[in-house]
Design a protein around this ligand. Structure first.
Ligand code: NAP
Ligand code: HSE
Length: 432
């Protein structure tokens, strides 16, 4: 910081970088009132310097040389909104090595290399903030770290991927197929040309590993998150769920019972009365249950130029305030609890199972016997004819059961001679 000016090196001038420039320009007076200093973009790193931009940036600020930012002694803060793992990780570690504070929106990087980056930051007394990496414009990381610091969080459930929420909302409201809605979402620019990490649940899993690390104070890795995407969800499943009072969502669940942790991302039937059930379209929401506070929910845009930029610029404001107070790098609390993950027999939930059986006497009793053998009791049962071929479609919702029992039951049903096909099974949440 030089007198009344903080200089920022901006890495990336795409969707989020453009929003950062707009906010810094448009809100400069307010930001100056809050921090007492002028925040100035000193250099902007891009890949294609000749590209037309939708914001005015002086051409002499644009560079393709990362070291002209990283090794500029006048630059105090690096704002990284270029994305990706390489070369970005190297740039961020070098920025910290040079004593520069870092603000990033990069969930991929923080989920995979967050521990290494935060360790380096602590060694160098530097700040690293990454609010925009989870749920875009919703200030959920700050809420976990500061707002809930006096409480013990036992459960977080997140709709943290806008693309999949848009697809499932459309399938649910219009009865359209997964393939048709995905294609439309790509044409409208909601889904990326390569939507693999969104529809496969990996983007949400990265965000859940960040949320669970901060919420449970344990160092969670991406491999600790069990992950299933939405590509096998059918409109038939969604319709049966509706009849039973549920809506289909891709839900990230992080739960802690007696210090044992489970984190998963999977298509889940959510009871209509649950606060997450009405989160539709590209919106995100994170439901947090604290032992003392009870139920809370944070809702808003999970992506987009200006919403995401608000999170980035707010982080920047915190860095600047810390600089004025001389406390950079001191506010971060490293994970201090041992990570103890649940086994499948310790993970409990209700489950929806849809399968085709022979429509003859005794079949239902054999199904319920198989369930009883694994101590699983039924909450709801629905049966209807299937293809008029002496077959029936059975849809059941269990009471809370262990994941292990459900796996065993599915194996038994598949091996039996009266079950023709297991169509689908999903975790069920809400309505307890
Ligand atoms: P984007 O639109 O693709 O922009 C990326 C920018 O980085 C571009 O300006 C590009 O330069 C530059 N860039 C990429 N690789 C580079 C390299 N190797 N060297 C120099 N410059 C490079 O990306 P975005 O949507 O703004 O996302 C940025 C980050 O924010 C990502 O980590 C993303 O996950 C995260 N995020 C995005 C959103 C969102 O709504 N978009 C929401 C939350 C978090 P050119 O312009 O010259 O090509
Ligand atoms: N691809 C992400 C989504 C963007 O669909 O939510 C925000 O991280």
């Amino acid at each position: 910081m030089n007198g009344h000016k903080v200089k920022v090196g901006l890495m990336g001038l795409g969707t989020v970088g453009t929003g950062v420039i707009r906010l810094l320009e448009g809100h400069q007076d307010d930001l100056k009132q809050q921090t007492g200093v002028q925040t100035e973009i000193a250099k902007v790193l891009v890949q294609n310097p000749g590209k037309e931009r939708s914001v005015n940036v002086q051409s002499d600020l644009i560079t393709t040389d990362p070291y002209s930012l990283l090794h500029d002694p006048e630059i105090d803060v690096i704002v990284e909104v270029m994305g990706g793992i390489e070369p970005t990780l190297g740039f961020i570690l070098e920025a910290l090595e040079q004593g520069k504070h870092v603000v990033t929106a990069n969930k991929d990087l923080m989920a995979l290399h967050g521990a290494e980056i935060l360790k380096k930051a602590a060694e160098k007394n530097c700040d690293v903030f990454y609010e925009a990496s989870v749920a875009g414009g919703i200030p959920i990381l700050r809420a976990l770290v500061e707002g809930f610091s006096s409480d013990r969080i036992t459960k977080m459930m997140g709709i943290v991927n806008g693309t999949t929420n848009y697809i499932l909302t459309k399938m649910s409201q219009e009865g359209a197929s997964y393939d048709a809605v995905l294609k439309e979402a790509q044409q409208l620019g909601y889904a990326e040309a390569d939507p693999t990490s969104d529809v496969g649940g990996i983007d949400a899993a990265r965000k859940m590993s960040i949320l669970s690390t901060l919420g449970f104070h344990a160092g969670m890795n991406l491999e600790d998150v069990s992950c299933k995407g939405i590509s096998e969800v059918t409109s038939e499943d969604i319709e049966y769920g509706k009849k039973l009072g549920y809506v289909m969502k891709l839900i990230g669940i992080a739960k802690q019972d007696d210090e044992l942790i489970e984190v998963s991302v999977e298509p889940t039937f959510v009871k209509n009365s649950h606060p997450l059930a009405s989160v539709n379209g590209v919106f995100n929401a994170v439901y947090v249950y604290g032992e003392a506070v009870g139920e809370t929910m944070f809702y808003g845009p999970g992506a987009g130029e200006l919403p995401t930029a608000t999170a980035v610029v707010s982080d920047l404001v915190t860095v600047v305030k810390n600089m004025k107070l001389g406390v950079n790098g001191r506010g971060m609390v490293a994970p201090y609890k041992e990570k103890k993950l649940k086994k499948d027999e310790e993970i409990f939930a209700k489950y929806f199972i849809r399968f085709i059986v022979d429509d003859k006497s005794g079949v239902l009793s054999q199904v319920t016997k198989t369930m009883a053998d694994y101590d699983v009791s039924l909450e709801q049962v629905m049966q209807q004819p299937y293809n008029k071929d002496h077959k029936a479609e059975l849809i059941i919702v269990t009471h809370s059961s262990s994941k292990k029992s459900i796996q065993n039951i599915l194996t038994q049903l598949e091996m039996s001679d009266y079950v023709n096909e297991i169509k689908s099974f999903y975790r069920v949440e809400g309505g307890e």
